[in-house]
Design a binder for this molecule. Structure first.
Ligand code: 5GP
Ligand code: MG
Ligand code: MG
Length: 178
């Protein structure tokens, strides 16, 4: 079923139940890997709000959850390379095991910027968990990237937190531009 969002047409890429099933698997892996730690989940707004909400429901190790906000696409369908830092973390991360929760890694510029910014605050570790990864657009390997729910082709996608011109974030599934 095709979907019109603003001036573009989209078609289904990942169904809602496939997303939920995969999130359970990713969370189980995190539960195992962090069983002796108390990770701090950092959701990167806006795009990751749905993913982090569903992910942490499956987390059984003690954890806390906070947010930061970055923007980089600005209404287009390709990475602008300009990163706008909208709001910073409100908690100290010194000595903490951080899990950065991102909606999508495309070129990798945004997440690299954030990792560099947070590294100087001396966390014990930084690990990245991304719902989506576009391996063909990634410019550099990302050492901290440990969990990826889905690898997708180089298409522009919306839904499940991701927007086109601020629309479509509320969709339960993920759709790609036709
Ligand atoms: P990067 O810096 O890795 O190139 O891009 C990361 C950010 O760009 C993501 O956090 C996301 O906000 C946005 N982005 C990248 N690819 C897409 C896409 O296919 N759809 C949407 N809606 N946003 C994207
Ligand atoms: Mg994002
Ligand atoms: Mg956006």
């Amino acid at each position: 079923m095709k979907l019109q969002i603003a001036d573009l047409e989209f078609e289904p890429l990942i169904a809602p139940d496939a997303i939920q099933k995969r999130i359970v698997q990713v969370a189980q892996q995190i539960n195992e890997d962090f069983k002796d730690q108390k990770p701090l989940f950092v959701g990167i707004l806006n795009g990751s709000f749905m993913f982090i909400a569903d992910l942490v429901k499956e987390i059984v190790v003690p954890c806390d959850i906070t947010f930061t906000k970055l923007a980089s696409y600005f209404g287009g369908v390709s990475s602008s390379r300009k990163i706008r830092d909208d709001f910073d973390l409100s908690v100290s991360i010194e000595g903490r095991d951080i899990i950065l929760v991102e909606d999508i890694i495309d070129t990798g510029n945004t997440i690299k910027y954030l990792v560099e910014k947070l590294t100087v605050r001396n966390p014990a570790s930084i690990t990245i968990c991304s719902l989506l990864l576009k391996p063909d657009s990634l410019e550099d390997s990302i050492e901290e990237l440990r969990y990826v729910a889905f690898q997708i082709p180089n298409d522009f996608v919306v839904g499940y937190g991701l927007d086109y011109k601020e629309l479509g974030r509320n969709l339960k599934g993920i759709y790609k531009k036709v």
